[in-house]
Design a protein around this ligand. Structure first.
Ligand SMILES: Cc1cc2nc3c(=O)[nH]c(=O)nc-3n(C[C@H](O)[C@H](O)[C@H](O)COP(=O)(O)OP(=O)(O)OC[C@H]3O[C@@H](n4cnc5c(N)ncnc54)[C@H](O)[C@@H]3O)c2cc1C
Length: 345
């Protein structure tokens, strides 16, 4: 038999996870569909970055923050389907949504929250022969553990914000930081670039990596080419962090009778209440755009609350437009009693 959920959230990043928490709070049967094997969204790309601006939260590493997001998202035990990419959204004759994923699975829902952020994100690989031999050991696309770089020579390839961020952070940890960029200047926050320029970091501009030498996953040397003169040079390196940006796939198909207003081929234009141009489809997080939209965690959380409240009133027009504050919610009665007893002990 077809199992029809009240709301199905596409994307298990901050917006999707907070939507799942909030829809549970509002008593809606909820499902999350996420393409990656793990929930957490883009935050999983910066596990070792300190997050300072999440609001009411002490500075926290991305890894822990993602874990906390997932725990909160699971409060009301939504159904979670990972490793599934939503490819097609349709409506059936009863006005229920039918979502088909890349592996042919079908999901039925009365409403949908699109929380796909920047889409499915994969780091752009280093285009150098046999680079795969080093991935996970000394060639990194995300930084999972800063301790491995202690007193090592670390090369960072890329000249954008993330690359410069990492170079600045590694100055305090690595023996030597080398930053390599094809551009003729680093294009990141001015203050950070100045800090790097006046530090011990070696900055190699107009250069690209054209070869890696080493054995059993351990890089010994990186071969570089000056993109103007063609001159070659070798650098002795222990670890290589590649930050060449990301490939994004934010595509899915809509049935002919459905439409979502889009901007720049990937933002869904909606409003601050999460409404999109299509009845019953709401959006939250980085995929949504409207005047005043903030593409940060705090923005994703606010969007999530609004999208859930809009989905709730779409399903039950007489429902409160806004949920009560969480401490007043019956769902937490037992836990509140327990926590207060523990505090008073
Ligand atoms: C390097 C970096 C550092 C950052 N630092 C900060 C910071 O310090 N503070 C801050 O507030 N913000 C920061 N941000 C921004 C913040 O991470 C984003 O605003 C936030 O992750 C947006 O959440 P989201 O849920 O909208 O999207 P995402 O986090 O992108 O999550 C979307 C999820 O949807 C999934 N998905 C996409 N398409 C499909 C599909 N068709 N089917 C199924 N699943 C799909 C994706 O796999 C992904 O898991 C940073 C971002 C980056 C890239």
């Amino acid at each position: 038999m077809t199992d029809i959920y009240d709301v199905t959230i596409i994307g298990g990043g901050p917006a999707g996870l907070f939507s799942a928490f909030y829809s549970g709070l509002r008593g809606m049967r909820t499902k999350i569909i996420e393409y990656q094997p793990k929930l957490g969204g883009k935050v999983l790309l910066y596990p070792e970055k300190m997050i300072w601006d999440a609001g009411g939260q002490p500075p926290v590493l991305g890894e822990l923050f993602a874990k906390q997001l997932v725990n909160q998202g699971m409060t009301f035990q939504p159904t979670v389907c990972t490793n599934e990419k939503v490819d097609l959204i349709e409506k059936d004759e009863n006005q229920n949504f039918l979502l088909t994923t890349h592996n042919g699975n079908k999901h039925y829902s009365k409403s949908v929250i699109v929380a796909i952020g920047g889409g499915i994100i994969q780091p752009r690989p280093l285009e150098v022969e046999a680079a795969d031999r080093f991935v996970g050991k000394t060639l990194h696309y995300t930084v999972n553990d800063l301790r491995q770089f202690r007193d090592k020579v670390v090369m960072i390839s890329g000249g954008g914000d993330s690359a410069v961020d990492w170079a600045a952070e590694l100055l305090y940890i690595a023996k030597q930081v080398i930053i390599v960029s094809r551009r003729d200047k680093l294009s990141a926050h001015e203050a950070l670039v100045k800090r790097l320029e006046s530090s011990s970091a070696k900055i190699l501009l107009n250069s690209r990596i054209c070869g890696l030498a080493g054995n059993e996953g351990m890089i010994d040397q990186v071969k570089l080419e000056n993109i103007h003169s063609g001159d070659m040079m070798m650098e002795e390196v222990d670890h290589l962090v590649v930050n060449h940006g990301y490939n994004r796939d934010s595509s899915f198909e809509l049935a002919e009778n459905l439409s979502l207003e889009m901007k720049d081929d990937y933002f869904y234009v909606g409003n601050a209440q999460g409404y999109t141009s299509e009845d019953g489809i709401f959006a939250a997080g980085d995929i949504l755009t409207y005047d005043g939209k903030i593409n940060l965690l705090v923005g994703a959380f606010q969007d999530a609350v609004n999208a859930v409240n809009s989905a709730k009133t779409y399903l039950e027009p007489s429902a409160e437009k806004v949920a009560m504050v969480s401490s007043h919610n019956k769902a937490f009665d037992e836990q509140n009693k327990k926590l207060i007893r523990e505090m008073l002990r």
